[in-house]
Design a protein around this ligand. Structure first.
Ligand SMILES: Cc1ncc(COP(=O)(O)O)c(C=O)c1O
Length: 401
């Protein structure tokens, strides 16, 4: 740190220059992220309410109330307005809190949790921190958990079964109804990771796409992670964890009596946390309503289907499977996904790369022209371009960060 401060105008200039290297959602070229462009309302409210801290809710009771209202609204969307929960930093924290609660509730000496092979790596982080052994079960050819494998993996130490509604890699939705029955009959906590799908599936249903129940409508579902900062249209950081009963939340409520605002329940892994995030989640849902979300999901699905149809016709790329939500896996037939991803990155596109395919998330910032441009780019890759001799982005990603 320098001894003397720098003039604000200078700082703004420096930032303007140095941040130019970052990609932007508005460019439409980030096609591999689950986040999206913040709305004008979000930008306005974030800066206006920056000082709110839900780590000390007694100081900001009105913000805490908006958090509760937002949770009730999402609970209603997921067929359980009485749900208890918190707005958290994202799906990672939400999944961690669910595991934490299940572990504390079950009080096993050697706790185990059953997760599908498609589970997000946040479960590995959480299990490591919480001393839980993860039992990974294989998925079927559509990337869905297989109930018979889940059943077979249950032991006397199982504290949780995880089902996923919108997997990270292909957007598949596990057969939650069957998992719910298994969980109920074995008295095990079923956690549904709907971090991505939670703000999509309820609207798909309205739009006439085939869907299956995945939420609190199923009596075996004990908790749900759902991320406002993915398809909920809120800016980062905003996740949400919902529990069916208050005691599931109370099990992980660690009191802090010293706070200036007094002792209030504030269940989260974080201490100090942004009240502006809760305000923006609340306001975004007010602004959009079900109709707004339905229209967004409709547009994203139309574009996902357009991408699917176009890639079906390509020579060197094939979709991995029909999309369930607005995520599409595409498999290069002649090159490795990393090679293709590096070439795309060279041309200004950012996709996610898996060992066997690329993942495209057709988020709300993506327009039809972006999908068409992306398809042309994929086609251009087909037609043996001049070789690109440049550093492989996949190998230098860490140094870039
Ligand atoms: C299904 C699923 N769960 C959890 C997460 C973690 O969410 P976050 O990055 O907000 O912590 C992700 C992120 O991609 C996800 O796809």
């Amino acid at each position: 740190m320098k001894e003397e401060g720098t003039a604000v105008t200078k700082i703004l200039d420096v930032l303007q220059q140095s941040l130019k290297r970052d990609m932007t959602f508005t460019s439409g070229r980030i096609v591999g992220s689950m986040c999206t462009e913040p709305s004008r309302l979000a930008r306005l409210l974030y800066s206006k309410y920056l000082e709110k801290n839900l780590g000390d809710p007694g100081l900001f009771p009105a913000t805490a109330r908006l958090e509760r209202e937002a949770i009730a609204s999402v609970g209603e969307l997921l067929n359980y307005p009485q749900a208890h929960g918190s707005i958290v930093s994202g799906g990672t924290e939400a999944n961690m809190m669910a595991l934490w609660s299940a572990r504390n509730g079950a009080r096993m000496e050697k706790p185990e949790a059953i997760v599908p092979a498609s589970a997000h790596h946040s479960f590995n982080k959480a299990a490591d921190m919480l001393g839980i052994k993860l039992i990974s079960i294989p998925t079927d050819e559509r990337g869905r958990a297989q109930p018979h494998s889940v059943k077979a993996a249950i032991t006397a130490n199982t504290v949780m079964i995880v089902g996923i509604a919108g997997t990270t890699n292909l957007g598949s939705v596990d057969p939650i109804e069957e998992l719910s029955e298994i969980a109920s009959s074995n008295n095990i906590h079923l956690h549904v990771d709907a971090s991505f799908g939670g703000f999509v599936i309820p609207f798909l249903n309205d739009l006439g796409y085939p869907t299956e129940d995945f939420d609190f409508k199923l009596s075996g579902v004990s908790s749900i992670a759902i991320d406002p900062h993915k398809m909920g249209m809120a800016p980062v950081p905003a996740g949400m964890i919902l529990f069916r009963s208050v005691d599931m939340l109370e099990r992980i409520d660690i009191k802090a009596s010293y706070l200036a605002g007094g002792e209030y329940s504030k269940v989260s892994v974080l201490g100090t946390r942004p009240g502006a995030a809760a305000i923006v989640v609340w306001a975004t849902m007010q602004m959009l309503g079900r109709e707004g979300y339905r229209n967004i999901v409709k547009r994203c699905m139309n574009l996902t289907n357009l991408l699917y149809e176009n890639t079906m016709k390509m020579e060197n790329i094939r979709p991995v499977q029909e999309p369930t939500v607005n995520i599409l896996g595409v498999r290069p037939l002649h090159e490795s996904p990393h090679e293709v991803s590096d070439k795309l990155r060279e041309r200004g596109w950012a996709v996610s790369t898996y060992p066997k395919y690329l993942r495209v998330c057709v988020m709300p910032h993506i327009r039809k022209r972006h999908i068409l441009e992306f398809c042309s780019e994929l086609k251009r890759l087909d037609q043996k371009q001049e070789p690109i001799i440049r550093p492989q982005f996949s190998k230098i990603r860490y140094t870039l960060l």
